[in-house]
Design a protein around this ligand. Sequence first.
Ligand SMILES: C[S@@+](CC[C@H](N)C(=O)[O-])C[C@H]1O[C@@H](n2cnc3c(N)ncnc32)[C@H](O)[C@@H]1O
Length: 296
Amino acid sequence: MQSFVLIPTTGAAAEELSASIWEQPGVLGIEELTADGGAFPIAGHDFVRFDARQEYENWLRTEQFRSGDLLLKVYLAAGAKLPAQFKIIGSGTVEPQDYLAAMREQHHGRVIGKFWVGPPWEMPPEDKVPVLIEPGMAFGLGDHPTTQMCLKLLAGVPTAKRVLDFGAGSGVLAIAAAKQFSQSQLCLTEIDAQCRSNIEHNFSLNNLPVPPILESVPAGAFDLVLSNVYLEILKVLAPSIQTERWIVSGLLGEEQLTEFQHAIETRFDCRQMIHRDDNGRWFALELCRRQKTKAI
Ligand SMILES: C[S@@+](CC[C@H](N)C(=O)[O-])C[C@H]1O[C@@H](n2cnc3c(N)ncnc32)[C@H](O)[C@@H]1O
């Protein structure tokens, strides 16, 4: 029989404690609950649903998360026990679940223009460029409109030698770029260590050499930068990123679009803009570097 234990913690300490619990043998999943037991499911398998991740990110921003007391509900395989260093204040049993099988049932590949993005256990259609992605904790399974819009804009880029995927997540955009531009020199940035190992795995699944995965943008100029990240990060990139072409996604709503356009207006022209109205009103842009006009 699988079991669970309850471990008290605080918002500030939860991440470090969870990381040390994950290192223990037999840990199947961890949920964070409010101290009164209010459920907030964040077990890894749930992130397959984008809305779960979104809810989780909203939850992380709440004052209650940062300052309040929390409970970790740790699911354990049959017979597994946590060592005494963890302060357990409650326990119980649960019906056994095969999380992997449940996730496989939920998650399917999809056609996005010329690409097919899907898990390694499905067969891609023969006429599409396959981008195999192992579902994990990383964002970028191809199910979110922001990723799909990036892929759509990428498909129209004729050539690019030096390519940066900023905020690579699962590596989905970089893998698509590697397949589209076979001779390109790729570079990725990603600050999340779990994503970085997912990226390495996904490049191997696609029989591609693993490119450098850095935590910040390397020096030099790019032909193409792909970035599907939040507005605040895009605004930091806007004054400094060196690229001929920049595909930007992650802008939610007209206000964010206008704010971003203002941030880039002296350096980039907009070649095309697309939007999607599902799961919010998302905008993606293809920008090209503004040519300097000669003073007469
Ligand atoms: C919305 S996901 C995009 C994933 C993937 N590129 C896609 O389009 O589906 C954004 C990713 O950016 C990463 N990220 C956030 N801030 C970053 C930063 N300053 N530098 C590098 N990566 C960052 C996050 O960890 C996350 O994996």
